[in-house]
Design a binder for this molecule. Structure first.
Ligand SMILES: Nc1ncnc2c1ncn2[C@@H]1O[C@H](COP(=O)(O)OP(=O)(O)OP(=O)(O)O)[C@@H](O)[C@H]1O
Length: 337
């Protein structure tokens, strides 16, 4: 872990984000508390629909209708509560203070402009004084990711493969030297080897620049190589969070155990690897009371039907499960300094 005082901390508190549906407004993210320690990489994992992207968008106050941030705060050191920012302040913060690659990065480039022109537009819109340096840095970043920087900057999106566009997205997220970087599925279009290389480069740049980084992925195995902390989402909740080695080595939540069991290279035994049975809930099928994971849980108890488990803290780890609350080990309620 890089503990550098210049890296900002991020504190998400009681964040609830809802989407308007025919059945009314339903929560995609519910009462999430999550702290990103300055200088760390946090991986967020969870099955499709668990709320990862919605949480990432909230860090930029970028949830779009039919979505709405209903409650909570996202405090970033040096920026304040992002959810209170609007207009020009928000536009400036995006890219400059919080760099991001959204999930659809591959498709979010402008098809009519070369990558270089888009880079210059980005620089100009953020009043970058030295555009030459911006281009030089961009070429360096692209070269580190295994591409011919000059050629990529001259190219239009249709001339690049999905994997190349994804790397361009990462370059654009890093181009303005933001200190908080949010990467939503940054490597999904890449083969396994390139994926590992790009994640390693992200780690290197993270350390060189003293960043605080959030990486969202389906792939616990991939993020395990680079992250310091892991947050596990299910049904719009962060059900477990803590140092990644501890969470993977001794998962406290039954959902985390299921996720890890499904990955032989983490569980260490291919004969034991088995898929988590059942399906994750959708907005429409999320239970309104009790634990959201109970339908798929192998340690389900009576209380899980009616009461939502509170997050409990043990050392630097949190997990929200009734089985933990009822276990004999000392447990203290979640609290914040
Ligand atoms: N624009 C929208 N309108 C309605 N519901 C939405 C919208 N965007 C997301 N949702 C719902 O919110 C929930 C969380 O979605 P989100 O995309 O944040 O999850 P995710 O964990 O990032 O999933 P994935 O890994 O598939 O990207 C899902 O049930 C999804 O269907």
């Amino acid at each position: 872990m890089t503990t550098d005082s210049t890296a900002p901390g991020v504190r998400i508190r009681d964040l609830t984000v809802v989407y308007k549906t025919p059945a009314g407004e339903l929560p995609a993210v519910s009462g999430v508390d999550l702290t990103l320690t300055p200088g760390t990489i946090t991986g967020i994992v969870g099955e499709s629909g668990s709320g990862k992207s919605t949480l990432a968008l909230s860090l930029l106050n970028a949830v779009q209708p039919p979505g709405r941030i209903a409650k909570g705060s996202v405090e970033i050191d040096g920026l304040g509560d992002v959810l209170t920012l609007g207009g020009e302040d928000l536009r400036r913060a995006r890219g400059r203070q919080v760099g991001y690659v959204f999930q659809a990065a591959q498709n979010s480039l402008n098809p009519l402009k070369s990558i270089g022109k888009q880079l210059l537009d980005l620089g100009r819109s953020h009043d970058v004084a030295d555009l030459r340096a911006l281009v030089r840095d961009a070429k360096d970043l692209l070269a580190r990711m295994g591409m011919d920087g000059a050629r990529v900057l001259d190219s239009h999106q249709h001339e690049l493969s999905g994997g190349m566009r994804q790397r361009v997205g990462i370059m654009l997220a890093l181009a303005l030297n933001a200190k908080v970087v949010v990467l939503d599925e940054p490597t999904t279009a890449l083969d396994m080897i390139t994926q590992a290389t790009i994640l390693r480069i992200i780690r290197e740049i993270h350390e060189e620049r003293s960043l605080t980084t959030l990486i969202i992925t389906h792939d616990v195995g991939a993020v395990a190589e680079v992250a310091d902390d892991l947050a596990v989402m299910y049904g719009g909740r962060v059900v477990e969070h803590g140092p990644i080695n501890e969470v993977i080595g001794a998962p406290a939540h039954p959902y985390t155990r299921g996720l890890i069991r499904a990955i032989p290279r983490l569980s260490g035994d291919i004969s034991l690897a088995r898929a988590l049975p059942g399906r994750p809930p959708t907005l429409g099928t999320l239970p309104v009371a009790g634990c959201v994971f109970r339908e798929r849980c192998d340690t389900r108890m009576e209380v899980c039907e009616t009461a939502e488990p509170a997050a409990v803290v043990r050392g630097g780890r949190t997990a929200a499960c009734h089985a933990l609350e009822h276990s004999p080990a000392p447990v203290r309620r979640k609290e914040y300094a």
